[in-house]
Design a protein around this ligand. Structure first.
Ligand SMILES: O=c1ccn([C@@H]2O[C@H](COP(=O)(O)OP(=O)(O)O[C@H]3O[C@H](CO)[C@@H](O)[C@H](O)[C@H]3O)[C@@H](O)[C@H]2O)c(=O)[nH]1
Ligand SMILES: [Mn+2]
Length: 731
């Protein structure tokens, strides 16, 4: 079989609905099986022309090979640098952070080609201590994972599947259970739990035991730390993967490089949040491991699939199309969602449908976590077929790494993470690296990469690849949405406005996709209008919709039924429950009236020059146990006096008052056609009341700490009464 046929490592096909897609993959499977059957049953007899039988057998083996995931590029796999970002040890507990770190260290990938960097924006000794512990535990954990093909490779997530159900694994673990030696597993589990307890105790005491402190010189660097916002760069190589033999305890497996970085912080320097941290990591890693591929995860987002790096490489390393791909984005998934996703965190349809649709139009946006980047495109390079490195360049660069000792290297690289580094007229945060000046740095960075001519890929495999922690309270969910919509709207108003920016370079459809998200914030205006104005007019008996008996009611009814029917169908086909859909509708309403509204006002104020301070409110990844219990029972949490809750409650109260008033009028004046005239308005008001049921409960019926605070109730009742009286007497 003289000539080798190049088989692409990936192919893009337009999806025609899920059923079609399932039929398709099933048919491929049937096809593959048929090919095998054909090959086996038609094997030429030994006496046919010479060579035919051997050619046949060879071809069969080749087909068998292609049928499974196989990598003929093993030796040429590029280096991968993994960036994990953390910012606050109280709401991002060190034990969670190191679980994420361990899960990415344990990727099924040559360890000498993997380097893991933890950026700690809190400059916390506790996080450093946890990482030190993790670097030791890795010597047990990695060999264990590799020997028994453990999934997932976050120890906490893995062992939690054994806590229940009397040590039997849940889910798909059956094969694996036969493989894993139970004694070995419980010994590793014990070592893990001891480590976890040490880290947890230190975290609770907020102090490192002095024997440990004296044992590792790294802690001395904290002598010069005065606060999280005022300290020099701390850079430490905890595992140097270049050493030929890092002696593990189980065997002589090599370990990936592991680095702790806390960039310099000074009160007078703006640190640009996660974008600043990422750029410091890009620079430091470029001198250390310089992997051509960078994976970025948030500290709560652990690897749930040890194959993802290899899967992503299929895109980058494809000889025909790989060179134009800048990043491969995986969807976000969460390990703590309740059955009906009370806060609509998953954004099911966006994850399953919208991002895939972007993929078909030039590539998805970058959503911050679970994304593999090509280093050069992230660093600002324009796409150019000739110049862009691919396999050839990677081949050349391999082995070009720095040869200095770890200590020299640490010293050399420290300056790269100093505040002043970006001062000297560098393009960092502008043309280079992750973009500054936007509270959600991810989308804008992805857009500008696409603008420079690159493509991106959305990859949503069956087994979830990255799993994080969803916010567990309503307020956190709303604040997170505020940050996102604010970032997007700011993007819309900037020179990067998707409607204008990239004309001719980014497909029109893709720019429209970006624009839809970018316009989340101003969406608050029509929504607020719709949930307030018709309701108040109801009080004044003023009809704003066609009469129930008029034919014009048909288009309204049709659009509503079609839109919501379709949205429900879509949601359920994407795996949600009807209750989950209802919850999501509620959250959309809440987001639009609070998160988007606050984001809109702040952005407009900033544009007018009122205030300039940007904020990045880090989402808490742990909850108080009482709060968490309520979350598990899908009870909404209102227990804090946030202005967002005042807005929600006021809207709920106005609608309740009007609805009761409308019903009363309808019954009392049935003869005068109130129903005919105001029917649709009453229905609209009724639906708003229905969707707000948890708010009324929180206002009036609950006794637990998650109920609406009294101050919120007082304000909202007053405001609602005021609004209703104005409507009654003045309109
Ligand atoms: O000054 C900061 C602030 C945040 N972070 C880290 O950034 C990540 C994201 O923060 P989080 O509060 O979890 O935000 P989310 O809304 O959950 O994150 C999504 O949205 C962000 C942009 O708004 C992206 O940066 C994230 O990657 C994306 O997952 C976390 O690991 C933080 O530790 C820093 O490193 N430095
Ligand atoms: Mn997060």
């Amino acid at each position: 079989m003289g000539q080798e046929v190049y088989l692409p490592l990936f192919e893009t096909k337009a999806a025609k609905g899920r059923v079609a897609y399932k039929l398709y993959s099933f048919s491929v499977l049937v096809g593959i099986f048929s090919i095998w059957v054909f090959r086996a049953s038609h094997l030429p007899p030994a006496e046919t022309e010479r060579g035919r039988r051997w050619g046949w057998i060879g071809l069969s083996m080749a087909e068998l090979w292609f049928s499974f995931y196989c990598y003929r590029y093993e030796k040429e796999l590029p280096g991968v640098d993994v960036f994990v970002c953390t910012a606050d040890p109280t709401i991002e507990p060190p034990i969670m952070v190191v679980n994420t770190v361990l899960s990415v260290m344990a990727y099924d990938y040559p360890p000498e080609k993997l380097a893991v960097y933890l950026s700690d924006d809190a400059g916390s000794e506790l996080t450093f201590y946890a990482l030190l512990e993790a670097s030791r535990f890795a010597k047990h954990w990695l060999p264990f994972c590799k020997k028994f093909k453990v999934e997932p490779r976050s120890p906490a997530a893995y062992f939690s599947t054994f806590d229940r159900d009397d040590q039997e694994p849940l889910g798909d673990g059956s094969d694996h259970d036969r493989l894993v030696d139970k004694e070995y597993r419980s010994s590793v589990k014990k070592i893990y739990e001891e480590m976890r307890d040490r880290i947890d105790i230190a975290t609770r005491l907020a102090r490192i035991p002095s024997d440990i402190r004296n044992e590792h010189k790294g802690f001395r660097k904290w002598d010069s730390v005065s606060s999280a916002r005022d300290h020099p760069t701390i850079l430490q190589i905890l595992i140097d993967g270049r050493e030929t033999k890092v002696v593990g305890i189980e065997n002589h497996d090599k370990l990936p490089t592991l680095v702790y970085l806390s960039r310099e912080k000074r009160p007078h320097y703006h640190h640009n949040f996660k974008a600043g941290a990422m750029n410091a990591l890009i620079r430091v890693s470029s001198k250390m491991s310089n992997g051509p591929i960078i994976l970025n995860v948030d500290c709560d987002v652990y690897s749930n699939n040890s194959e993802s790096v290899r899967d992503a490489m299929c895109f980058f390393m494809d000889e025909n199309k790989g060179h134009e791909i800048a990043y491969v984005q995986y969807p976000q998934s969460y390990n703590n969602l309740t059955r009906n996703d009370l806060h609509g965190i998953l954004l099911r349809v966006i994850n399953e449908v919208d991002l895939a649709a972007m993929d078909a139009n030039g590539g998805p946006c970058y959503i911050g976590s679970g994304c593999f980047h090509r280093r050069e495109s992230l660093c600002g390079m324009k796409y150019d077929r000739k110049e862009c490195g691919g396999l050839d360049q990677w081949r050349e660069e391999m082995g070009k790494n720095e040869k200095q000792s770890a200590i020299v290297l640490e010293d050399m690289c420290k300056v790269l993470a100093n505040c002043t580094y970006e001062d000297n007229n560098t393009q960092w945060g502008r043309e280079m690296g992750v973009k500054y000046g936007f509270p959600s740095e991810d989308i804008i960075t992805g857009l500008s990469i696409q603008f420079r001519g690159w493509k991106s890929i959305y990859f949503n495999p069956e087994r979830e690849s990255f799993t994080g922690v969803a916010p567990t309270t309503l307020l956190q969910a709303l604040v997170q949405q505020k940050r996102w919509s604010e970032g997007q709207f700011q993007l819309f108003l900037s020179k990067y406005c998707p409607l204008v920016y990239g004309r001719g370079r980014i497909p029109f459809n893709l720019r429209m996709c970006y624009a839809i998200y970018a316009l989340w914030a101003p969406n608050c205006l029509p929504t607020l209008y719709y949930v307030i104005v018709p309701t108040l007019f109801l009080l004044g008996d003023i009809s704003l919709f066609p009469e129930i008996t008029s034919l014009w009611i048909i288009p309204f009814a049709y659009v509503l039924i079609a839109k919501y029917g379709c949205s429900l169908a879509e949601f359920v086909t994407c795996g949600g429950t009807p209750q989950g859909w209802w919850n999501e509708q509620r959250i959309w309403l809440f987001k639009r009236t609070t998160s988007f509204c606050f984001a809109f006002l702040e952005t407009v104020a900033r544009q007018l020059g009122f205030f300039t301070k940007l904020e990045f409110v880090v989402t808490a990844k742990v909850a108080d146990s009482e709060v968490y219990q309520r979350y598990l029972q899908e009870t909404m949490e209102f227990g804090s006096p946030s202005p967002m809750f005042t807005v929600l409650s006021t809207i709920a109260m106005i609608n309740l008052l009007s609805f009761v008033w409308g019903l009363k009028r309808m019954i009392a004046n049935a003869k005068f056609g109130v129903l005919e005239q105001l029917g649709l308005q009453i229905v609209l008001c009724g639906v708003i009341v229905l969707i707000n049921l948890p708010v009324y409960e929180g206002l009036f019926f609950r006794r637990d700490k998650g109920k609406m605070p009294f101050s919120v109730m007082y304000k909202s009742v007053m405001l609602a009464l005021l609004a209703c009286s104005i409507a009654l007497y003045l309109v």
